[in-house]
Design a protein around this ligand. Structure first.
Ligand SMILES: NC(=O)c1ccc[n+]([C@@H]2O[C@H](COP(=O)([O-])OP(=O)(O)OC[C@H]3O[C@@H](n4cnc5c(N)ncnc54)[C@H](O)[C@@H]3O)[C@@H](O)[C@H]2O)c1
Length: 485
């Protein structure tokens, strides 16, 4: 069986790379010529651990290639995966423009039976629309309408651990509907994923609509767990409890489990925010409210500005002359993906409040710069106060506070004494609860986590310093001199 993957982004590339590693002959198609050129030259346009090596190996062995040639790509695969983006439209619903355009393209080029597998995250009913789009083109060409089947195989990989997730899936959801091609489609998908089902069956077979909704239900559930813990953390902060202890306490309950119970400064990424929005929007279109999912989104929006709120509580809302260091820009570790990253909201807020921001990320620096420039496009001068540091320690020089926004491993065990020496004020706002509040307190470092005990940070009166230190200096140059002094 030969495989075509349409859309060579995070999901398409991982799918293509992993299937080629299982021995299938794979062609990856994308409409982005530059992306395909890079891939043909062995340059992988995204950062995903292990992906570069996997692609290089299978490219060298002739099992995977990349093209922009649509007819060649569609001719190649017995199975054609659709793995294009489904970004949010203005109203929050999933924009199916790319998916439906790919469907029409398939219909225009199809010559014999193809199994069209939708891997993109799409609202219920999309497979029907893909079917209609393909049939429409086939009937134009006078071709038989049973030359294809459309099924659903949503993807559950996590960026940063995508290869492992694909190669060792918890489950594989496949939605196939009744019809003339049902038996053939099930057999093909069974063969495709046979390697993963050898010890026990991981495939969960269902109808297409249920498969489509399963993906949204999974992401909404995970996002809800995070927002729930964030609300508990915010309450713990007020009550003097420690959310990390609470997390262990409830995670030990087998009915709850330990996963996705980490409080922090909000989730981001290309999936949870857009998928929860799309779910709410689908429900609304059918006259139903998704109250819980809407609340999950709302809590997350607030959580993204929590650290800035905590900072201004202590420093006042005019951060002019303050230098804030930021560690971590990507929405999570081990990726350079900046889509909906908390850092974008935090950095924009800090810049708007007058702060100078110096940020470090081990991988996502250049992607972050592109994203932040786009965010600040209509806010002249804002980005003038933003700079990227070349390493984590450089970001701290003369800083009035450090915000930790992404839990990259390199940030887990820093040299706190060196940090203290570099910073103008040793104050850490830990958006991922990486550090031990007591240990930092003993070192004389003010600490603000999310739902931790923050006694030292509470005691420090930054407001007073704000008044005496910098409020009089309106001239930018003087302010920078003061910071550097
Ligand atoms: N990124 C994730 O972690 C993840 C996980 C699970 C599911 N998903 C879902 O998978 C889908 C793809 O996500 P992604 O993150 O890989 O997106 P992406 O933006 O990284 O990649 C999409 C690719 O599709 C290409 N494309 C768009 N229209 C095309 C067309 N007509 N022909 C050929 N190529 C075309 C784009 O150029 C781009 O390279 C989305 O629906 C997403 O929700 C993503």
């Amino acid at each position: 069986m030969r495989i075509t993957v349409i859309g060579s982004g995070y999901v398409g590339l991982v799918t293509g790379a992993c299937l080629s590693d299982l021995g299938f002959k794979v062609v990856c198609l994308d409409k982005d010529e530059e992306k395909i050129r890079s891939l043909q030259e062995g340059v992988v346009p995204i950062y995903e651990p292990g992906l570069k090596e996997l692609l290089a190996r299978n490219r060298a062995d002739g099992r995977i290639r990349f093209t922009t040639n649509v007819s060649e790509a569609i001719e190649h695969g017995d199975i054609i995966f659709i793995a294009v983006g489904t970004p949010p439209a203005e109203d929050g619903s999933a924009d199916l423009g790319h998916v439906l355009s790919v469907a029409a393209t398939i219909g225009r080029h199809l010559k014999g039976f193809k199994l069209v597998v939708n891997k993109s995250t799409v609202p219920v009913g999309t497979a029907d629309r893909v079917r209609v789009a393909i049939s429409h083109e086939l009937s134009h060409r006078g071709m038989p309408l049973d030359y294809f089947d459309v099924i659903s195989n949503p993807e559950f990989l996590k960026e940063g651990a995508a290869i492992d997730d694909f190669m060792r899936p918890d489950r594989i959801v496949v939605g196939v509907d009744d019809g003339v091609n049902q038996v053939k489609s099930k057999r093909m998908m069974g063969d495709l994923y046979a390697s993963f089902n050898r010890h026990h069956s991981r495939t969960v077979w269902m109808d297409v609509r249920s498969a489509e909704l399963t993906k949204y239900a999974a992401n909404a559930m995970l996002a809800t767990r995070i927002s729930f813990m964030n609300e508990i953390a915010n309450l713990a902060d007020i009550l003097g409890a420690d959310v990390d202890q609470i997390r262990r306490g409830i995670g030990a309950d087998s009915r709850i489990g330990h996963g996705f119970l980490y409080a922090g400064c909000g989730y981001g990424g290309s999936c949870f925010p857009k998928d929860t929005q799309a779910l709410v929007s689908t429900a609304k279109a059918h006259g139903q409210l998704m109250r819980l999912v809407s609340a999950t989104e709302q809590v997350n929006e607030n959580q993204k500005t929590l650290l800035v709120d905590r900072l201004t509580q202590r420093m006042g809302s005019d951060l002019t002359g303050r230098k804030i260091a930021v560690w971590g820009l990507s929405f999570k570790p081990n990726t350079d993906d900046m889509r909906e990253a908390t850092s974008r909201v935090v950095i924009q807020s800090l810049l708007k409040l007058g702060a100078q921001v110096c940020a470090y990320d081990p991988v996502a620096g250049s992607e972050a710069l592109i994203a932040l420039k786009a965010d600040c496009e209509h806010k002249p001068g804002l980005m003038d106060r933003f700079e990227l540091a070349s390493d984590d320690m450089q970001a701290l020089e003369g800083a009035d506070a450090l915000m930790v926004l992404t839990e990259w491993k390199i940030f887990h065990n820093p040299d706190f004494q060196a940090m203290k020496a570099l910073m103008r004020r040793p104050f850490i706002l830990d958006g991922r609860n990486l550090y031990n509040p007591e240990a930092l307190s003993e070192m004389g470092i003010a600490y603000q986590g999310v739902g931790r005990r923050n006694d030292l940070a509470q005691l420090l009166s930054f407001e007073a310093e704000t008044a005496s230190d910098v409020s009089q200096t309106s001239d930018q140059e003087n302010r920078l001199q003061m910071i550097n002094a």
